[in-house]
Design a protein around this ligand. Structure first.
Ligand code: SF4
Length: 450
């Protein structure tokens, strides 16, 4: 696979942005396995031909078409796409047509580079003469990742509901794995259950998504959770409870974080990773916050149009947040009757923690706003340690580390930074072993959340 010089070519505007998915094959990058597959199932319920890209096999291609200065998730997702293209070219030969595919790559505005991934990926695709027709459809945090413009207007509301439910259910399925696997009666039982459960849930989401999916999907989830409860060995004592926070792609993408949760479990941990829904709720929460600020400014400067616009925005973000949090609460309430998985926090709770501590502020809208209070929350609420996961050179990840380290030192709370790129760090396992030793001591001295 050879391209012209990537940097000389401008990004096309017709093949990137909020583009209708139509009858094209939609390619979803796999950040988190369960979320990606359940989201794709929700799209298929609305007659979108969606499939999740195999991940990890295109790493060499990702490296070949990046300079090394890009964020690691950009490289991984680019590699996954180019690998898929290579395979399709091989499979279809002369019948391969790039304009039959849409790559789905959301973005976020703000101080981070996430907003630039799809622009850069567009430039790479444009550098291949036969890939300029492969479109990149993007959702943005500026309008709450609204699917308007992607699918038929009359299907937008039911799709939002199905997609929100799919995301929350994926979070619960992941929590089942982390809750049960350290205590399973026989090795492999939990992974097998989670994998079968994912396929069962995909089938129900796909079948019911356009109708009213809540009861059928959550009903199926309850059965899976009950089966998870049955494979816990009650003779195994509670293990140190480790919170995991950080950059969303790295903490969710198992291959990129070199299966950190499993490594921690091998060293005796029970891990709770921050959820996918946390980021989605944060986007709505931050949108609402900014709309409120715009309203205050409009009132102070007597600008009626700004006032009207900000009220409309407040309404939009507020309704979204309310709906997402209600869905999350309703699913978790039913799920926790079957299995005592960790609950999820509200974003307003995280902001309250930051305001009280004064260590950081939601006025700096990056993932550090979630990770810093998330770590403080763990330290005060019965956890025995926290790991902060992020791509090497990630700005919010490094900020989190700089702010939190002295606080954790003062609290005497076990804390570990785990930056990743594709290299294997020879001392990583030693650091994990030491960290888990500290976490076990913390458990002995302070107990843990039950
Ligand atoms: S959060 Fe980190 S990895 Fe993600 S775009 Fe920002 S700097 Fe890059």
């Amino acid at each position: 696979m050879e391209s012209a010089n990537v940097l000389q070519l401008p990004a096309s505007t017709k093949t990137i942005g909020k583009l209708q998915l139509g009858k094209n094959q939609v390619l979803i990058p796999e950040m988190n396995r369960s979320s990606a597959h359940l989201f794709a199932a929700a799209l298929r319920a609305f007659a979108v031909d969606a499939q999740v890209l195999a991940t990890g096999q295109g790493l060499e291609l990702g490296k070949k078409y990046t300079s090394g200065k890009e964020c690691y998730p950009c490289l991984v997702t680019l590699g996954d796409l180019l690998h898929f293209v290579e395979e399709e070219r091989r499979r279809l030969g002369a019948a391969f047509r790039a304009d039959r595919y849409v790559f789905f790559m959301p973005e976020a505005e703000g101080p981070c580079r996430f907003g630039m991934y799809n622009k850069y990926q567009r430039m790479v695709l444009d550098s291949f003469s036969d890939l300029q027709g492969l479109k990149i459809s993007a959702l943005s945090n500026t309008d709450n990742y609204s699917p308007e413009g992607l699918i038929d207007p009359q299907k937008v509301q039911p799709f939002k509901k199905a997609a929100c439910l799919a995301m929350v259910v994926a979070d619960v399925l992941d929590r089942l794995t982390w809750r049960v696997r350290p205590y399973e009666k026989a090795t492999g039982l939990t992974d097998a259950l989670a994998e079968q459960g994912l396929y069962r849930l995909m089938e129900v989401v796909e079948r019911t998504g356009e109708g009213n999916p809540f009861d059928p999907v959550v009903g199926e989830l309850e059965k899976i959770l009950a089966a998870g409860h049955a494979i816990i060995d009650p003779a195994i004592s509670p293990k140190p409870l480790i919170g995991m926070v950080g950059e969303i792609f790295l903490r969710m993408h198992r291959r990129s974080n070199q299966d950190l949760i499993r490594l921690l479990e091998r060293h005796g941990a029970e891990v709770v990773n921050a959820s996918m829904a946390e980021w989605l709720n944060y986007v709505s929460y931050d949108g609402l916050r900014q709309a409120k600020r715009k309203l205050r400014l409009g009132l102070r400067l007597l600008r009626p149009r700004q006032v009207k616009e900000s009220i409309r925005e407040m309404f939009g973000f507020g309704i979204h947040l309310l709906f997402q949090e209600r869905t999350q609460q309703a699913v978790f309430k039913r799920a926790r009757r079957r299995l005592d998985i960790a609950g999820d926090h509200r974003i307003s709770d995280l902001e309250r923690i930051l305001k009280k501590s004064g260590d950081f502020s939601f006025d700096i809208p990056t993932e550090a706003s979630l990770s810093i209070p998330g770590i403080i929350h763990c330290a005060r609420n019965g956890y025995n340690g926290v790991v902060n996961v992020y791509p090497f050179t990630c700005m919010p990840g490094t900020t989190t580390s700089a702010v939190v380290r002295p606080i954790m030192h003062e609290l005497g709370f076990p804390f570990l930074d785990t930056p990743y790129d594709d290299s294997i760090q020879p001392n990583r396992e030693t650091a994990i072993r030491t960290f888990m030793y500290q976490a076990r001591q913390h458990l002995q001295r302070h107990g843990r959340q039950t």
